[in-house]
Design a binder for this molecule. Structure first.
Ligand code: HEM
Ligand code: HEM
Length: 190
């Protein structure tokens, strides 16, 4: 398998970043829902609210750096040709959806970071190190960043749902094995 994308298929790095981000997104939505529903003195699954906040912030920052690496990787090599089972309309939808996903997944960690730093809440990375605060208290900036973070979290579900609907519909509905294009050891040939 090639390391980077080529006309023969997605490269190993694209596949690695793709599934890593999918896992991180799942963890981010899960941790956010738990931390916002766990009262300060209570625990959920044996962990306190603080722990969920720390992990949400820490994994969110990891997601940011993975997204930067993913973006750089996408510019290397040549994108594989479209799957032959996709209609021109579906190709256009996928193209726009991917742009929205890339954009939203950069805005999410940036707005989260801005919110907690300008709000002076800080980040204790994986519960171990307090990151320096490069912004300092700025209540209005913090409130705007929070609004962007929450709104983007909801809006992101739209391209995500479209992406999953198209991929799962093709793979299981049309039985064209579309998911194989993103699996290790497979090429784009269906
Ligand atoms: C890809 C990265 C991220 C995703 C997908 C994500 C997702 C979410 C979601 C779904 C919520 C719940 C929003 C709501 O309905 O109220 C949330 C809240 C929150 N996120 Fe993130 N997040 C990410 C990164 C970060 C980062 C990097 C930080 C901070 C360094 C952060 C800090 C927070 C905080 C503090 C809240 C709670 C906001 C409140 O009090 O309402 N997030 N996030
Ligand atoms: C949850 C977060 C997810 C995000 C943010 C995401 C994002 C993307 C993006 C941006 C691409 C274009 C290739 C690239 O630039 O890397 C892509 C391709 C793909 N994704 Fe996802 N994806 C997610 C989840 C999933 C899941 C759960 C599946 C399987 C059920 C899936 C299946 C695929 C397939 C098969 C392709 C290749 C499509 C093709 O070119 O034929 N994705 N994804």
């Amino acid at each position: 398998m090639h390391l980077v994308n080529s006309t023969a298929g997605y490269g190993a790095l694209t596949k690695l970043f793709h599934w890593l981000i999918a896992l991180l997104i799942l963890l981010q939505y899960t941790s956010a829902n738990i931390m916002l529903r766990t009262p300060a003195e209570a625990t959920t699954l044996g962990l306190g609210q603080d722990t969920y906040y720390n992990w949400h912030k820490s994994l969110g920052l990891v997601a940011f750096f993975v997204m930067l690496a993913r973006l750089a990787n996408r510019r290397i090599g040549e994108l594989p040709p479209w799957a032959p089972t996709l209609t021109p309309l579906e190709q256009r939808i996928i193209h726009r959806t991917e742009q929205l996903l890339y954009g939203a997944l950069l805005i999410m960690p940036l707005s989260g970071f801005l919110y907690v730093m300008a709000g002076n809440y800080g980040v204790r990375l994986f519960g171990l190190w307090d990151l320096p605060n490069p912004i300092g208290p700025a209540p209005l900036t913090s409130q705007i960043a929070l609004w962007v973070h929450v709104a983007c979290a909801m809006l992101l579900l739209l391209p995500l749902g479209t992406h999953l609907g198209l991929v799962l519909g093709h793979h299981f509905g049309m039985r064209d094995r579309l998911i194989h294009r993103m699996l290790p050891g497979r090429t784009t040939r269906l």
